[in-house]
Write a protein of this length. Structure first.
Length: 207
């Protein structure tokens, strides 16, 4: 009787493993297809982030404590006690998913996780942050951080002062602030204070 019980348990376990592997492969392949048809990384500057880009990413996304030894840092964060805040890669995955998955469902969450992992295996952190900045809406019908930067300040985001960078960061959080100058200025100063209070070690960290 015990022998048959072990055989049944082994069979059920095998079926579950095959099912999990099959479903995982399906999501992984879908993530690959999503990246293949995406133009998120086209036209984005290359190289290290500028001081203003780092400032924006740090006040929006905060310090990243992910370990370099993990193939997929996003997966590590899902099982970590330090999960505060949504990271740039999570937001980019959500942006790229679009209508591929219905928001709020388990399928959407799994799809976003696999796409975030796929992004991290193909691109470094700076490229991911820039691709996200390239996708975001900044109000007044403008998408992309350099488009908004040139429209508002007449120069690229890399050339912005910290004050100007925080003005753009405020629009990332709430694009409609562009039509509310007083509230926009208040939010900008909140972010300036947050930036000023960050330890130097955090400001040097990756977003």
């Amino acid at each position: 009787m015990v022998k048959w019980g072990l055989i049944i348990l082994a069979a059920v376990s095998s079926v579950l493993i095959v099912t999990v592997v099959t479903i995982s492969a399906s999501y992984w392949n879908q993530a690959s297809k999503t990246l293949e048809i995406s133009d998120a990384f086209e036209g984005a500057p290359t190289g290290s982030l500028s001081t203003s880009e780092i400032a924006i990413s740090m006040v929006i996304f905060g310090e990243d404590s992910q370990g370099e030894s993990w193939l997929c840092p996003t997966l590590k964060r899902r099982f970590s006690s330090d999960r505060a805040g949504m990271r740039a890669v999570d937001l980019l995955a959500r942006e790229l998913n679009g209508d591929s998955y219905q928001g709020g469902t388990l399928g959407a969450a799994i799809g976003q996780l696999f796409l975030a992992c796929k992004l991290e295996t193909r691109h470094d952190k700076d490229a991911i942050v820039r691709a996200l900045f390239n996708q975001l809406y900044f109000g007044a019908g403008e998408y992309g951080i350099d488009v908004a930067s040139n429209s508002l300040f007449g120069k690229s985001v890399a050339s912005l002062s910290i004050d100007q960078a925080m003005a753009l960061a405020a629009l990332i959080q709430s694009p409609n602030l562009r039509d509310q100058p007083e509230d926009w200025n208040i939010r900008k100063h909140v972010l300036l204070e947050r930036y000023a209070n960050m330890p130097e070690s955090v400001l040097r960290a990756d977003p």
